[in-house]
Every structure is written in structure tokens, then in C-alpha cells.
Ligand binder design. Sequence first.
Ligand SMILES: Cc1cc2nc3c(=O)[nH]c(=O)nc-3n(C[C@H](O)[C@H](O)[C@H](O)COP(=O)(O)OP(=O)(O)OC[C@H]3O[C@@H](n4cnc5c(N)ncnc54)[C@H](O)[C@@H]3O)c2cc1C
Length: 424
Amino acid sequence: MSIATPRYSAWSLLRARFAGDGYWRPLWTGRRLQSSYDVVVVGAGGHGLATAYHLARDHGLRVAVLEKRLVGYGNVGRNTTIVRSNYLLPENHYFYEDSLRRWETLSRDLNYNVMYSPRGVVDLALSDDDLAGMARRGNAMRLAGIDCELLDLGALERFCPELEPRRERRFPIVGALVQRRGGTVRHDAVAWGYARAASALGVDIIEDCEVTGVHSTGSVATGVETSRGRVRAERILFATAGHTGLIGRMLGVPLPVETHLLQAMVSEPIKPFLHTVVVYVFPGHGETYICQSDRGGLVMGGHLDGFPSYTREGRWDRLEEVVEGAVELFPSVGGVRILRQWAGTNDMTMDGSPIIDRLRYDNVYVNAGWCYGGFKAIPASGAACATLVATGTAPDLIRGFRLSRFATGHLLDERGGGPFPVRL
Ligand SMILES: Cc1cc2nc3c(=O)[nH]c(=O)nc-3n(C[C@H](O)[C@H](O)[C@H](O)COP(=O)(O)OP(=O)(O)OC[C@H]3O[C@@H](n4cnc5c(N)ncnc54)[C@H](O)[C@@H]3O)c2cc1C
């Protein structure tokens, strides 16, 4: 496959416009909901669409994706687009590294430009303790063959001069852990790319179709009840991200997830000045992570809002804290205006790691608990989850993400370099 290059000229656009077929051709065709499928995937976020794509491509199954709102309406279109594999625990770093490798070739695989930008992810250390924790994490990664570098101030200055790491600050920087292959991927392109590729393989993507219940005979689910009627299915996957707690309630299985808001914001566009992703966790539990979008906007986020909610609004004081960190890092952005702010609902597990497993019925599966870090997981999760649903056996890559770990105590206690980074 090759990457499609647009062949639009001013003339072709004008001709298409007046010929009536327009140039805003739908990326995927809206299909009619059939009465039965091999697999029904609930949720057209990144995980649902990627799994549907792999179910059709790798396992030849007839699949429908049922979405209660619109493709990309959920967290897949609300995140801050950061991808990386800089985790300490083997279950996590091998899994996220598999994903990062897939990001590297995803544009070619989907024949759709998802704009993977390996601009590097820089975790700043503000104390010797921080640096020692980062060294430990970095060593674990390197032993697993994953790239990362521990930088002293001189090396950090060379990698990211715009940071001026030696500048006097309230919380001075002492070093950093950098993963150069980490970076960003255009999030809505990921949703559209997977939807388009899945649709081309015959997957029915049905929007405005809420799943409200599961039909079953004994331990086997026979289909789902939806706002558009009943649909029979041999297997069902719930990939509903920040709504999985509600799915657990619907199935009568309380899940160990709590739904919290995570907000993000973007500034007005400014001249390119920040070429990497910087994560800055300052004492007193504040956090700012920041990068610059291709349009020039500063994309920023921080901690969870800290209380369960489905509102998708976000707290003012959290926003203030994130901006404070950004100005502390880069004083010159002090006068830049915030253009917009938004929030998403994240289903948080108590150990910060996801759940990919069978749930209640022999043929019902759940893909959940991505906390604030599930965007970067999408390619690996899609492929592995499809294997689990198609064969009933979890590939090694996701064995650690079993639900039973919460009962047996085999937790994967690592909250990652995200809003609550690991400090070991
Ligand atoms: C502000 C913010 C910043 C983030 N930044 C990052 C980041 O930089 N890097 C990173 O790796 N991760 C990040 N994340 C986390 C990441 O976005 C999520 O973990 C991931 O997108 C969740 O998976 P998804 O894409 O499948 O979810 P979603 O896109 O939320 O998909 C779930 C879908 O299920 C649908 N649904 C729910 N219930 C039903 C039902 N009953 N019937 C039918 N459909 C249903 C929803 O409408 C939704 O479309 C961030 C999240 C937020 C909110």
C-alpha cells in the first residue's frame, strides 16, 4: 500500500464543486444496520474502530461498530495526542512499545496520513530523587530494547534549547528522561483513518445507535438491545472508554473503575518555538504537559480534576494551575491567550493500567480502564483485542491486563508519565 497523495488543483476543486459531487466525499460509507453480525463492537472511539479494523482484516469477521453519538466524539478526539512507551513495568513498556512501532507505520497501513510526529517526549526532573527514578525507568526500558536517554543539563540544553534548562526557576530543572521516538499523532485523523479502513473492509459503522442492554441465554450473550432495535451477535466487545462503569452496571458486574474528568486547552497560534513535548511535574502536585500543534497553538494539560463526573466541563482552578506551569517553564508565553478548553471522561483503574478481558458472559469482552493514557495504546490494543475476541485467547502482550488481577492482587501499579507520573 502507498500513502495517498491528494491530487486536488484549484481547477479540479472548482470542477468537482460545480459537477455537484463536491470534494468533501465521506471518508466511510454509512451502511445500514443488519440484524446479525459475527461481532458487535460498542463504541466508535479509537479502540473500538481499531479492533473492528483488525477483526475484519486479520480474522475475516463480519463486524458492526455501534456508536451512540458520532465517530470521534469521545476521548479519541479530545486528547492531547501524545504517544510514547516510556513505562517501567514490562507488561506496560512492551505493550506500549508495540503500539509505538505501529504508530510509525500506521499512515502507510491505513493509507491515511495520521501525522505521526516523533518530536520526542521530555520528562523533566526537578530533584535528584526524580532523576534516580527516571534512571531506573530508563534502564528498564533500555534493557527491553526501547530507546530513551537520561540527559544532564548540558545535554538537555542541546536537545531543547527553548527550555533554557539552566535558567533560574522556582523549581530548578536538574535533568530529564527523553524518548526521542515519542511525540504526537493527529487524533481525529486516527479515528477517521481507522473508520475509513474498517469500512473499506466491510465493517458497518452505525452512529446514533446506543447499546442499552445485552440479550443472553445462560452464560452466552446472543446480541444487544440498541436505540435502533435488537442486533444478534456471536461476540460482543465493549470499547466505551469513559462510560465503562455504566456498562458494568448494565451487565450487573461492578467494575473497578471510577470516571474522572481530564481537561486540556489550546492557545491562540503563535510562531513555532517548541519542537518537543515537555512534561513538568512540580512540587505540590501541580503538572503541566505542553507541546505545540502544527497550527502553532500550545496544547496543554495537567492533572485530573479529582472527583468523579461525566460533565465534560473542567475546573477553572485546574486550568489556572496548568497555565501557571506553562508560564513558569516558558515565561515568554505569558501573554498568549487560551483559545479553547475542553474535558473528557476517563475511566480510572486503581493501578493505572487497562482492563482487556472477558466479562460476565463467555462471548462478551471489555476494553477499558485506559485512564488518561489510552490514545497511544490504540494500534496495539486494536490488534491484540481483535485476537482475543476472535479466538477467545488473550495474546501474551495483553495477558497482564486481566480483570482478575484486582482480585488476586497482581496489580500493574504504574500510572505512567501522564497526569500522575510515577515517582519511584
Ligand atoms: C483531555 C484528555 C487528554 C488526553 N491526552 C492523552 C494523551 O496525550 N495521550 C494518550 O495516550 N491518551 C490521552 N488521553 C486518554 C485517551 O484519549 C483515552 O484513553 C482513549 O481515547 C480512550 O479510548 P477510545 O478512543 O476508544 O475512547 P472514546 O473515543 O471515548 O470512545 C468510546 C466511545 O464509546 C461510545 N459509547 C459509550 N457508551 C456507549 C453505548 N452504550 N452505546 C454506544 N456507544 C457508546 C462513546 O460515545 C465514545 O464515542 C487523554 C484524554 C483526555 C480526556
